[in-house]
Design a protein around this ligand. Structure first.
Ligand code: G4P
Ligand code: NA
Ligand code: NA
Length: 190
């Protein structure tokens, strides 16, 4: 997606060879026009996939996910993160380990908002090691629903998440695919 790639080139800050800061349009301040275009792009890619629900993880996935849900005319559910959750039978709960933050958290969704037979489009802002996406996919499958695909705003292709998800059989659609981060700049996949 050209507008996204241009925005990353203009405003993205390379913090290290593995971390890109995009807090001026995605992770802190949000560019609604760009989020709207992102939503339209995901919705077009999944127009014929029978999606009944969009799922993301709080907090930075919500902006692109709500625009995608708007364009697909389906509800959005965001999984909530908690440090430690006592077992509750009204929730689906999965463990998600963050390699970036080196912390494990539990993500939870109310059973009310995910039903057997649903086709779920998972959306997230970043894809690094794929832990968040795999955690959401496990919740979808535990509910007896299926994953229509995984839509990612910024994929860091040099980390293993995208290839692991595809090897596991998931459809992954990333709007920007970064192959390298360095002080000289940001390299995108063709
Ligand atoms: P994974 O799910 O793909 O395995 O990624 P990881 O655990 O490493 O990601 C942990 C958090 O860091 C996530 O945000 C993710 O979006 C974010 N993240 C990963 N790589 C980058 C990066 O290069 N730049 C930025 N800005 N963020 C990155 P989170 O903890 O869920 O926070 P939130 O922003 O959604 O609240
Ligand atoms: Na984030
Ligand atoms: Na995220």
């Amino acid at each position: 997606m050209k507008a996204l790639q241009d925005k990353i080139r203009q405003e993205g800050i390379v913090l290290s060879d593995t971390v890109l800061k995009v807090d001026s349009f995605l992770n802190h301040q949000v560019d609604p026009q760009l989020m709207y275009e992102i939503g339209l792009t995901f919705a077009a890619a999944y127009a014929d996939a029978g999606v009944t629900k969009v799922l993301t993880l709080e907090s930075s996935g919500i902006a692109p996910a709500v625009m995608t849900a708007l364009a697909l005319k389906v509800p959005l559910v965001f999984a909530r993160k908690q440090k430690s959750l006592t077992l509750r039978d009204d929730l689906y709960i999965e463990q998600v380990y963050s390699f970036t933050k080196q912390v494990a958290s539990e993500v939870a969704i109310s059973r009310k908002f995910l039903s057997p037979g649903e086709k779920v489009l998972i959306i997230d802002d970043f894809l690094a090691y794929g832990e968040a996406a795999f955690g959401m996919a496990r919740i979808v499958e535990a509910a007896g629903a299926s994953v229509a695909g995984i839509g990612i705003v910024i994929e860091k292709s040099f980390q293993e998440g995208a290839s692991k998800l595809r090897e596991a059989g998931y459809r992954v659609d990333s709007l920007a695919r970064i192959t390298a981060l360095s002080p000289e700049g940001i390299a995108f996949a063709e």
